[in-house]
Design a binder for this molecule. Structure first.
Ligand SMILES: [Zn+2]
Length: 311
C-alpha cells in the first residue's frame, strides 16, 4: 500500500490552525483563553491526548513542573528569552508519550519521534513554525502509523521546550535507565521554516541536521531516501555541532543515532521567536512533503532496522 499518499494536507492545515488560531492561539502557561480557568498549554494537552487516543491505545501524560522564560528585549531580536528568577512561580505541565507497539520479533527496538508542542512563554506568538508544524506532523504520523502493522515499536514524545526546564532530558534519561533500545531518534522542529526568499519562490526545503557521527549516517540515509522516492524537496544535510534542542537531550542520554528535521539550517525564518510566526506563512505542501519523507524513513527503519556502518 502507498502509505505516503495517506499524509493529508487538509488534516495538517486543520491541525495547524487549531493549534495557532482557533481554539488555542498560543500553547503556553502564560496565556489563558478569555473566560477559561486553565492556561492554554494545559488545555492543549487535554486536546492532544483526546485526539491521539482515537488512534493509539497507549497515550501517557507525564506531569512535571515548569517555569516560563522571562522576556528581555535588550537581547538580540530572536533571543529575548531569559532565565526565570528564583522566586518565579512554577506551573504544572505535561509531556505526552504515545507508544505504537510493534508486533514483530524486533518489537523491543524503538523508533523515537519527538516534537515540542508548546509555543514561546516569553512572548505571545502562535509559534507556527516553532513548533506547531512539528507537532501536527507527529500527530499525522501517529494517525497513519496506527493503521500499519509495525514490526518495531514507534514512540512519539510531545514535550515542552519553550518553558524551563526541558523535560525531554528526563524522558531520555528515563528511557536509558530502563535500557530502552531506541535505535533512531527523529526530532521534528520548525519543519519547512525557511527564508523569505525561498518562501517567495515556492522552494520546498528540508534540512536534516546531526550532532554525532551516528546521526550523520541517519541524516544521509534520510537524504538518500528522498532522492530514491523522487520527493521534490531541496534537502540539506548539516552538522549542527551543538548538542542542543530536544534531540540533544537524547544524545546526552546516550542515544547517538539522532537527528533534527527542520526547514533550513542555519535557521532562516525571519519570524523566528517573534509574534509574526503565524500559521498563514506555513507552506502546507512543504509540510506534507516533509511529513511524507519522515514517514518513509520510519517505515524503512521499521522494516530493515538501522545498521550503522563502521569505518
Ligand atoms: Zn523556539
Amino acid at each position: 500500500m502507498d502509505y505516503l499518499s495517506e499524509v493529508s494536507s487538509e488534516r495538517l492545515r486543520r491541525d495547524l490552525f487549531r493549534l495557532c488560531r482557533d481554539p488555542f492561539s498560543f500553547r503556553t502557561v502564560m496565556y489563558t483563553i478569555p473566560w477559561h480557568d486553565r492556561n492554554s498549554l494545559d488545555e492543549f494537552d487535554d486536546f492532544l491526548v483526546e485526539e491521539l487516543k482515537q488512534y493509539a491505545g497507549d497515550v501517557v501524560k507525564y506531569p512535571y513542573k515548569v517555569r516560563p522564560f522571562r522576556c528581555d528585549s535588550s537581547k538580540p531580536l530572536h533571543h529575548w528569552y531569559s532565565s526565570p528568577r528564583e522566586d518565579d512561580p512554577w506551573y504544572d505541565a505535561n509531556s505526552i508519550l504515545v507508544t505504537l507497539p510493534g508486533s514483530g520479533s524486533q518489537s523491543d527496538e524503538i523508533i523515537q519521534l519527538v516534537s515540542h508542542k508548546d509555543s514561546m512563554s516569553w512572548i505571545n506568538s502562535p509559534g507556527a513554525h516553532d513548533n506547531a508544524v512539528g507537532t501536527v506532523a507527529n500527530m499525522e504520523l501517529v494517525r497513519i502509523l496506527s493503521k500499519i502493522k509495525l514490526n518495531r515499536t514507534v514512540r512519539v514524545l510531545f514535550c515542552n521546550e519553550e518553558h524551563s526546564p526541558w523535560h525531554s532530558l528526563d524522558m531520555a534519561k528515563l528511557a536509558k535507565s530502563k535500557d530502552d533500545k531506541i535505535i533512531a531518534v527523529l526530532n521534528q522542529d520548525s519543519l519547512c521554516g525557511k527564508s523569505d526568499e525561498d518562501a517567495a519562490t515556492g522552494k520546498k526545503t528540508f534540512a536534516c541536521v546531526y550532532s554525532t557521527p551516528e546521526g550523520k549516517q541517519l541524516a544521509m540515509a534520510i537524504a538518500a531516501l528522498a532522492k530514491e522516492l523522487a520527493l521534490p524537496l531541496d534537502i540539506i544535510v548539516a552538522d549542527k555541532v551543538k548538542v542542543n534542542d530536544d534531540d540533544g537531550s537524547f544524545i546526552k542520554a546516550g542515544y547517538l543515532t539522532t537527528v533534527m528535521n527542520l526547514g533550513s539550517f542555519p535557521y532562516k525564518d525571519s519570524q523566528y521567536h517573534l509574534p509574526g510566526d503565524i500559521p498563514e506563512r506555513v507552506d502546507i505542501e512543504n509540510l506534507k512533503l516533509s511529513t511524507q519523507l519522515i514517514l518513509a524513513m520510519i517505515l524503512k527503519i521499521d522494516k530493515e532496522g538501522f545498521q550503522l556502518v563502521k569505518d
